[in-house]
Design a protein around this ligand. Structure first.
Ligand SMILES: [Zn+2]
Length: 386
């Protein structure tokens, strides 16, 4: 036994030495007795010349501009990677609409979007009895990424409309900053039928009925309610195909116009198919919605919960080349890397959210979902919402 231990020790020592043999570029090897020799002095690091200052992220560049680009109107690029030339502002008061959160200066769009909202607000009032639109975010004066709130809305073809009806008086500027839209949900998975009324269904149906509308986004629970109630609103349910579930649209809905005909450089999404989206697609959304609700509720009880990682912001070079022309047109000098954001951009960032966050599961609801919920996929360790 002793002999075995001895030979093992020798073997280990030798392999240790072997491990300490270092290869040198000249060829041969040299034995390094690490415990005896002094460590090599560290090479002195050369001072690097600082890299040239980077341009600020595109959201800071476009979020600092207060006037539209004085060139021919054009939606450039795609909804989530683009900009807007020749943007028009929607007047803050119209016969059937009022613009909310004026300090954001996001009531800009393509002329087609502005005309569309004027038409929709008038039709919805005359034909459906909707008292008027409260208009949320459209685009910034020159479109592009925003400092807060949206991935899309970059090309002047998207608009958020509150699901809160317009009051029959002109709101003060302060009220337009402070009033909160009302959620249509009673819990993360279900619409409150006392809040989400037939009038809301008619408004969304009206918005989806125009040929220039490519998609309408609503919270999955609203989509479910529309699927269940569509029968009441006529035989033709094809409008439902354009109404797509998306996260967070529970106190507003989102109208997305298709690229106007023949507009060069405007990138459409694939058009919707004839599928009304009330079957398998909605089931899949409910699966994701449940997982997200469980994840959110569990995070609330978990003190070590990590926030979701941040994405790298878009740069001007990520956008279509023409967006540089849009940014600098009219002699505008874009924000430089070392400049502070202008006060207008800071004010826009600091405005109040337009509505409440999605309701959370209470503990009883969470337990029911965990015990009885049949989830076809495992719950991820990160919120699928993000
Ligand atoms: Zn939206």
């Amino acid at each position: 036994m002793r002999r075995l231990i001895l030979s093992l020790t020798v073997l280990l020592c030798c392999s240790g030495v072997a491990a300490a043999q270092m290869k040198f570029p000249q060829g041969g090897t040299k034995s390094v007795a690490t415990s005896v020799e002094k460590p090599m002095p560290k090479p002195v690091k050369k001072k690097k010349t600082p890299p040239p200052p980077k341009s600020p992220p595109a959201k800071e560049l476009f979020g600092s501009v207060t006037e539209s680009a004085p060139i021919a109107a054009r939606a450039i690029g795609s909804y989530s990677k683009g900009c807007l030339a020749g943007g028009m502002s929607l007047p803050i008061d119209g016969p059937d609409w009022q613009v909310m959160r004026l300090s954001r200066n996001r009531n800009w769009g393509s002329p087609q979007l502005v005309q569309f909202l004027e038409r929709l607000s008038s039709d919805a009032r005359a034909l459906d009895g909707w008292p008027g639109l409260l208009v949320g975010d459209m685009s910034q004066p020159r479109g592009g990424p925003m400092l807060t709130g949206h991935t899309s809305h970059q090309v002047g073809l998207d608009a958020d409309i509150w699901l809160t009806p317009m009051p029959d008086r002109t709101l003060t500027p302060e009220e337009r900053e402070d009033i909160s839209a009302v959620t249509m949900l009673k819990d993360p998975l279900t619409v409150d039928p006392n809040v989400f009324t037939d009038l809301h269904v008619k408004l969304i149906r009206r918005a989806a009925s125009y040929p220039q509308v490519a998609r309408i986004f609503v919270h999955p629970a609203i989509k479910k309610s529309l699927c269940q109630r569509a029968d009441k609103f006529g035989k033709d349910q094809s409008w439902l195909a354009k109404v797509r579930p998306w996260w967070n649209h529970h106190y507003h809905f989102h109208i997305r116009l298709a690229c106007p005909d023949g507009m060069a450089g405007c990138v459409n999404q694939n058009p919707v198919t004839g599928d009304l989206g009330c079957g398998k697609e909605l089931d899949n959304w409910y699966d994701m919605l449940k997982k997200s609700a469980i994840w959110t509720a569990q995070q609330e009880f978990d003190p070590d919960a990590k926030p979701a990682p941040k994405k790298n912001p878009l740069r001007l070079t990520d956008l279509p080349g023409d967006c540089k022309t849009v940014l600098t047109s009219g002699g505008y000098e874009p924000l430089t890397a070392d400049a502070e954001l202008p006060p207008e951009a800071i004010a826009a960032m600091e405005t109040k959210e337009a509505g409440p966050s999605v309701p959370r599961l209470d503990e009883a609801q969470l337990q029911t979902l965990l015990n009885g919920g049949k989830l076809s996929m495992p719950i991820p360790d990160r919120n699928p919402i993000r």
